[in-house]
Design a protein around this ligand. Structure first.
Ligand code: GLY
Ligand code: MN
Ligand code: MN
Length: 441
């Protein structure tokens, strides 16, 4: 687990960006699964990043304008034996101070009463609307009270801003400790992919492979899957968010697995591998696999400081389009196909996304017209794919796709961090060369 001093440094950096604004950062709440049963708790990543406290319904206030008062305030569920017997022990207000470094802590039911005073002197409020239905009305009410009395007091927080420009910019650059945790997540996930590949055979159910991989995540100390594992045989791979995972694996089909773990401190991997269920590619599967692999390698090679995520995407798209033209699956020129977007019927998603505490992590991709430049510490996935299904339409003016290509869905996804001199593939331990996938690695 990351040292608690790291959280304190993050709060300092965040507060220096806030200048005279108050930040209100709520924890997640439990989410109902059905009736009175909840999903396992998942902390809100912003709250976790700043506090390291893994309890529901807490709220952190960061108040940099209080030069001599409390600048880091936590509201938490107080200790209550009759509730802790059901839900497990809590840190309470004392733990919030002694363990999590709050300057002061209050029971959560004091929030609406005390917020008015804590916002005294703030020039603006930083709070994410739309995500915290219990906290939002309280924040708006207190803000409104400040505005109501401002003709008398002469001051009130005047703006309500999302945390994105301040906090999410910090989260975009991973600290060395974070990169280390992401290496662990990627390494456990890569091992699970290898277990799956070695176990696979025709007749097994997709669910068996899911179970095998998720068992490995848990055995290795991860919290569980980072997102709904996708274990998709044959045509199921052409459903991008397939999570039913309940079909038998067929001889002659490919198996696409997009699965990875989330660590106890929420750092994630996100890995996809695709390989033949029976250990041998058909000619068509092999042709598409080689195109996707080449596109992925070309895209990874562009993950360099000074480039941007659009460069990575374009590098993949060019190779994919070239491959589709060579195979007669598209017609036209590379530039013409890219311009018209005809390739999007076979490649309908982007080549990657930021990765971190959220699988689709926070951080902008563009600033106005300008793509964000890749810099050391940023981590992104590189995940080109091609999908052929008779459920997908053929673009106007393009060749009809012969039946022998149908049911091929291939994606290859790695997690790549930008370093000073280039990049590091965090998930490199998961095999992906044709030789490795067709013979024992
Ligand atoms: N596993 C989700 C994604 O690849 O974006
Ligand atoms: Mn991904
Ligand atoms: Mn994925």
């Amino acid at each position: 687990m990351i040292d608690l001093k790291v959280f304190s440094k993050r709060r300092d950096r965040f507060m220096s960006q806030l200048v005279s604004r108050a930040a209100i950062i709520p924890a997640a709440s439990l989410v109902t699964h059905h009736a009175d049963c909840d999903f396992p708790f998942r902390q809100h990543s912003d709250f976790w990043y700043l506090t390291g406290l893994d309890e529901p319904d807490a709220i952190a206030l960061l108040l940099p304008y209080r030069k001599h008062g409390e600048r880091f305030v936590l509201f938490v569920n107080p200790k209550e034996p009759s509730e802790e017997v059901w839900q497990g022990s809590r840190w309470g207000t004392e733990g919030a101070i002694s363990r999590f470094g709050a300057d002061i802590a209050h029971p959560i039911d004091q929030f609406s009463k005390l917020l008015l005073d804590y916002l005294e002197g703030a020039e603006g409020i930083v709070f994410r609307v739309g995500q915290h239905p219990k906290v939002e009305p309280l924040v708006l009410q207190v803000w409104s009270e400040h505005l109501d009395k401002s003709p008398r007091t002469g001051a009130a927080p005047l703006s309500l801003e999302a945390p994105c420009p301040f906090l999410h910019k910090l989260r975009l650059y991973k600290e060395p400790e974070e990169l280390e945790r992401m290496r662990v997540a990627a390494s456990i996930s890569a091992e699970a992919h290898e277990l799956a590949r070695k176990a696979v055979r025709p007749g097994l159910n997709e669910r068996f492979i899911q179970g095998l991989m998720e068992q490995h995540f848990l055995e290795q100390g991860a919290r569980g899957p980072a997102y709904g594992s996708i274990v998709a045989g044959g045509d199921n791979a052409c459903v991008l968010h397939y999570t039913a995972n309940n079909a038998p694996l067929r001889d002659g089909d490919l198996l696409l697995i997009d699965a990875a773990c989330s660590m106890g401190d929420y750092y994630n991997a996100d890995i996809t591998r695709t390989f033949p269920v029976n250990g041998t590619f058909t000619a068509e599967q092999l042709a598409i696999y080689q195109v996707v692999l080449e596109a992925q390698q070309a895209a990874i090679a562009t993950v360099l400081p000074g480039n941007n995520a659009e460069d990575v995407h374009i590098a993949a798209v060019r190779i994919l389009v070239e491959g589709l033209l060579d195979l007669g699956l598209l017609k036209g020129s590379i530039d013409g196909v890219i311009e018209q977007g005809a390739y999007r019927h076979f490649y309908m998603h982007r080549t990657g996304h930021w990765l971190g505490l959220d699988v689709h992590d926070v951080g902008s991709y563009r600033l106005g017209e300008h793509p964000i430049t890749l810099e050391p510490g940023m981590v992104l996935t590189v995940e080109p794919g091609l999908y052929f299904s008779d459920r997908l339409p053929v673009p106007d003016g393009q060749p009809l796709i012969d039946e022998r290509w149908m049911g091929i869905g291939i994606r290859i996804e790695d997690d790549v961090s930008v370093s000073k001199s280039g990049y590091e593939v965090l998930s490199a331990a998961a095999c992906k060369s044709v030789e490795e996938l067709t013979f024992t690695c």
